[in-house]
Write a protein that binds this ligand. Structure first.
Ligand code: NAP
Length: 259
């Protein structure tokens, strides 16, 4: 059982919300944040998974530093109230991470408007629903840090993943606009672009994996980028080189490549 620590000790910790904390990168990043001294609110739809993550974090830290909150990002209208409730329970907010994302299996032969629109709703519209009130809160407070988990898949329109790539490209553009808007108020916005990280999502969707890294390593690298207040960070760094090459392949060659 985790020890209960004083309200005072909990209040002294920096406070973070991770949306999409029930598995994969969000789960590992929540563990990392708690280990680095944060008090963490864990949000997603699967409450049983979230509670298991919170229990594991609290046991590892020997203190009740994490708690679970069930929320579906598609319930756009409920976000301001959930944000208010969660920040009240946390005792403030210093860091907000929008990690939530879905990806339907890649199939270059099939058109899937339902799946593609679903990804736009979760990966983009859910992000906008959350990031707007968070940015307004940080702007008013004169500080805070927003992190969005994008993808190298958003750097170019790729044949196997029109919907997913579009959702991540839109998220990157939204985060850049937000950064340009809130920077003058002392608010940091970091765009994380992972390559391949070993999670259930990767297993379910990647045709093949290329240099995928363990999720704990991914979380460590993402945390390092947050700590350095990076504007954009590829995880791991080698994907910045890969992406640069991909972005510069001329169209008349690129459309022949099955990537
Ligand atoms: N793994 C990779 O190689 C890779 C590469 C590039 C980018 N990414 C990005 O990294 C992020 C995390 O992915 P992952 O690989 O860790 O996959 P994951 O384990 O499937 O995590 C996805 C998270 O999003 C949450 N989520 C999905 N739909 C939601 C909804 N409607 N409302 C609230 N939460 C929702 C899930 O929780 P519930 O199902 O419990 O709601 C889960 O916590 C995603 O944005 C993904 O696009 C991953």
């Amino acid at each position: 059982m985790a020890q209960s620590i004083s309200e005072n000790a909990l209040n002294q910790r920096p406070k973070a919300i991770v949306v999409g904390a029930s598995s994969g990168i969000g789960e590992a990043l929540s563990h990392k944040l708690a280990a680095e001294g944060y008090r963490v609110a864990l949000l997603a739809r699967r409450l049983d998974k979230l509670e298991a993550v919170a229990t594991a974090i609290n046991q590892a830290q020997g203190a009740d530093v994490a708690f679970a909150v069930q929320h579906d990002v598609l319930e756009f209208d409920t976000v301001p109230q959930v944000l208010q409730d969660v920040t009240a329970k946390l005792g403030g907010l210093d860091l907000f991470i929008y990690n939530t994302g879905t990806q339907t299996p890649n199939d270059p032969e099939r058109y899937d408007p339902t799946g593609d629109i679903g990804m736009i709703n979760v990966n983009v519209n859910g992000a906008i629903a959350w990031l707007s009130p968070v940015a307004a809160r940080f702007q008013k407070a004169g500080g805070g840090h927003i992190v969005g988990i994008g993808s190298v898949a958003g750097d170019r329109g790729r044949r196997p993943m029109p919907g997913y790539g579009t959702s991540k490209a839109a998220l990157h553009a939204y985060l850049e606009a937000l950064r340009n808007r809130v920077r003058r108020y002392g608010v940091t916005v970091t765009t994380i672009k992972p390559g391949q990280i070993e999670t259930e999502m990767l297993k379910a969707n990647a045709d093949k994996t290329v240099g995928a890294i363990p999720v704990e390593q991914g979380a460590d690298l993402i945390y390092a980028a947050i700590k350095k207040k990076r504007q954009v960070a590829y995880i791991p760094f080698k994907w910045q080189i890969v992406s640069l090459v991909i972005q510069h392949i001329p169209s008349f060659i690129f459309h022949r490549l099955p990537i």
